[in-house]
Design a protein around this ligand. Structure first.
Ligand code: HEM
Length: 333
C-alpha cells in the first residue's frame, strides 16, 4: 500500500503545536504501525495474538434459513449444517486480563463450506465500534502507552483523546453502562460493520447482523463484578457445553437508503426489517492452547461468494492488521 508521507516541516509543526494526537487528514495509517502501538500498550507475548489474546476454542455448526437464502446466495444459507471452528475472547493483549474487565468480548467464527472455501466473522459484544477510522484506533493506542516515568498510561492523554475523538464515545458509554456477561453463552455478539448480501442476479442488500444467545443475555451485577474472580469465562463455557449444546440465533437487519454504510460507530435507526438468518450451535469448548482455533487468523474479509464487504475503512483495515499479528505469532515472535 502506498503511504503518503507528511512533509517533514508539517510533522514538526504538529509537534511544535503540542498536539501529538492530532491527525493530519491525509496521513495514512499502516497496519504495522497500529500493531506496534498495540504492543506498546500491552507488551509482546511471543507466539500469541497481539489483541484478544485471552480466549477459548469451540466447535459446532451453523444452519442457515430459507429467508436468508432469498437475500444471499452464500452457501451459509443452504440449510445444510456447516461445521464451525469458533473462538471466544477478551479484548487486549494482556493474557491475564480479568474476565470482569469492562471492555469488549469477542466471538470469531470460521465456517468450513462444502465447496472447500472458508467464510469468517469476528464480532464483538457491543452494537457499535469505538473508532470510525483506523486513525482513531491508533490514537487510542497511543493515548494508552505507558508513561516511562510511572509505567502507567497518563490519564491526561486519555482525557485529551476522548475530547478530540467523539467517534469513540458511543462504545465507551455502552461499556460503562453495560456490565460484562456472566458467560460467553449469555452474550450477544454484533457483526457491527455493514455488509452486502449478494443474491440471484447479483442483487445486493445492505445488512447488519448480530448473534443472540438462546440461553438469554445475562450480565454480571455490580456485586458479582467484585466476587466473580478473574477467570470464569472459559470454565463456564466448557461446563455449559458439557451439559448440552448452546445456540445463538443469527438475526439480520435490512438497511434502508441513508442508513450509515461505512461508519461502524453509528447505529441504524430502530424499526428496520429483521429476519432470522440461521442458528449457530456450539457443542464443545476447549482451551485455546493446542485447540482448533489457535492457529486461525479470523480475518473478517475472508468471505465466500454471497456476502461482500462495504467500503467501511475500519473493516478494510482489519485484514492487514490481523495479517501482521498473525505473521508475527506464527513465526514465534
Ligand atoms: C482498526 C480497527 C481494529 C484493529 C486494528 C484490530 C486489531 C486486531 C488484531 C491485531 C487482532 C489479533 C489478530 C490475530 O492475531 O489473529 C484482533 C482480533 C480480534 N478483533 Fe480486531 N481490530 C479492529 C477492529 C475490530 C472490530 C471492528 C471488531 C468487531 C466487529 C473486532 C473483533 C476482533 C475479534 C473478535 C478478534 C479476535 C479474533 C480471534 O479470536 O482470533 N476487531 N483485532
Amino acid at each position: 500500500m502506498h503511504k503518503r508521507m507528511l512533509p517533514h516541516h508539517a510533522v514538526a509543526c504538529l509537534l511544535a503545536l503540542g498536539t501529538p494526537f492530532a491527525s493530519a487528514a491525509d496521513q495514512e495509517v499502516t497496519a504495522p504501525e497500529v500493531v506496534s502501538a498495540i504492543e506498546g500498550v500491552f507488551g509482546v507475548n511471543k507466539g500469541e495474538r497481539r489483541n484478544h489474546i485471552k480466549g477459548v476454542c469451540a466447535l459446532g455448526e451453523f444452519v442457515g434459513t430459507r429467508e436468508a437464502a432469498a437475500y444471499s446466495r452464500s452457501e451459509l444459507f443452504s440449510g445444510k449444517p456447516i461445521p464451525v471452528v469458533a473462538r471466544f475472547s477478551v479484548t487486549g493483549g494482556n493474557p491475564n486480563v480479568p474476565d470482569t474487565a469492562k471492555n469488549v468480548r469477542g466471538m470469531a467464527l470460521q465456517f468450513q463450506l462444502r465447496s472447500g472455501a472458508a467464510h469468517q466473522m469476528a464480532m464483538l459484544n457491543t452494537p457499535m465500534f469505538g473508532a470510525a477510522t483506523p486513525q482513531t484506533f491508533l490514537d487510542l493506542m497511543l493515548a494508552q502507552q505507558p508513561d516511562p516515568a510511572t509505567g502507567k498510561p497518563d490519564p491526561e492523554k486519555m482525557k485529551a483523546f476522548k475530547a478530540s475523538h467523539p467517534d469513540n464515545r458511543a462504545q465507551s458509554e455502552y461499556l460503562a453502562t453495560n456490565n460484562p456477561p456472566v458467560s460467553y453463552a449469555n452474550s450477544a455478539f454484533w457483526g457491527i460493520h455493514t455488509f452486502k448480501f449478494v443474491g440471484k442476479g447479483d442483487k445486493t442488500t445492505l445488512v447488519r447482523w448480530r448473534f443472540v444467545p438462546q440461553d438469554g443475555e445475562k450480565r454480571l451485577s455490580d456485586d458479582e463484578l467484585k466476587s466473580a474472580g478473574a477467570n470464569f469465562l472459559e470454565p463456564a463455557l466448557i461446563s455449559r457445553t458439557q451439559r448440552g449444546p448452546v445456540s445463538w440465533d443469527m438475526l439480520v437487519t435490512v438497511g434502508q437508503p441513508g442508513d450509515p454504510e461505512v461508519n461502524p460507530t453509528l447505529s441504524w435507526p430502530e424499526g428496520r426489517k429483521e429476519f432470522k438468518a440461521g442458528t449457530l450451535t456450539i457443542s464443545r469448548a476447549m482451551p485455546q492452547k493446542g485447540g482448533a482455533c489457535e492457529a486461525i487468523n479470523y480475518d473478517p474479509l475472508v468471505m465466500a461468494d454471497g456476502i461482500a464487504p462495504t467500503d467501511d475503512p475500519v473493516l478494510k483495515f482489519r485484514s492487514p492488521a490481523y495479517a501482521v499479528s498473525f505473521g508475527k505469532r506464527m513465526s514465534g515472535n
